[in-house]
Design a protein around this ligand. Sequence first.
Ligand code: ATP
Length: 394
Amino acid sequence: MLVLGIETTCDETAAAVVERGTDGRGRILSNVVLSQIGEHAAFGGVVPEIAARAHVEAIDAVIAEAVQQAGCTMESLSGIAAAAGPGLIGGVIVGLTTAKSIALVTGKPLIAVNHLEAHALTARLTDHTPFPYCLFLASGGHTQILAVRGVGDYVRLGTTMDDAIGEAFDKTAKLLGLGYPGGPQVEQEAKAGNPARFALPRPMQHRKEADFSLSGLKTALRLEAEAIAPLSNEDVADLCASFQQAVVDVVYDRLRAGLKLFRESCGAPAALVAAGGVAANQAIRAILQKLAGEAGIALVLPPYAYLRDGVLVFKPMWLYWRRGLIGGGMQVFSYGVALWAMTLAPIALVAASREASVLFGTLIAIAVLREPLRSARVAGALLVVAGLMLIRLQ
Ligand code: ATP
């Protein structure tokens, strides 16, 4: 069974093809992700309208690349899955509408996926982790501790009352004049800093419930920064190190509470599983390792590629070439045929020399053959023949 997955909930346009083997285990055949970081960096955060427009531009090429890398065709897919939320609504609409169109054209079923549920189950795909396990989800928009007991069977043990951890990293970076996304920048600065210089709070510490609160920590950091402004490089590094250490202590304390709640309500967890971009942070990974060791359970850290919504498998030249020359895949038949007609007609009319005709014809023929949808390939091939005949008539 082959399923094409589409993800457009935030600032990455992603598509993957996953295969379910006869033993019931999943295998990732391709995972193509186009990051929009460059488009949002100037604004210090994700701009929803820019994100939605960037998804529209990239999605056809990303899907075509994922299908091609997986070595399959649209016809051989068993179904089309798309993240249907939660996420930025403009982006979700782009991904879901594209998935619906492909499903309609190919006659395949559509599967609407909850974005957080996908995070919760990634470890099943990458590490075949048995149920039940304790999930620590820490991304740009979410911070949760979940008991994952089965597919569709989740108990939320803790959540953030305000900011997500990734969001707190991003806002801290912005406050200190570092780039976007903030997490990796703060981590980099923290390496050279003194984590004990600023006495920042550890919100919610020692509480029985496993909830988080990050906004007070962020405000405390702002007040410290304002008190010593203008900031030297050393100040920035020390602020980052102190902030990161506070987050690490909070994660340790909150997850200890979460694991206790897990045991009380669901018995012993098979593993502690991390998901979300924040789990890329080395200091946080180290504390997760310590926690799992103390609890006597395995720590599952899916490969970095699958921690976030997707990996930065960014092939700009290839994608832009496809986007520019082909006009963005051919997933929707009528759209594709119209694009081919628009591409070929001027070429057929203006190609003055035989050499130019042969060159253009070859390029177009290669592009046509690479199209994943058979009906689009056939239509494209017919148009190539028509174009070449027109050139001959000239
Ligand atoms: P969501 O999945 O909740 O919609 P998202 O798509 O923004 O949010 P992810 O792609 O999982 O989330 O992760 C991005 C977040 O992870 C950003 O907030 C980023 O700052 C943070 N992050 C990435 N690397 C690190 C790091 N090394 N240290 C801390 N935070 C990090």
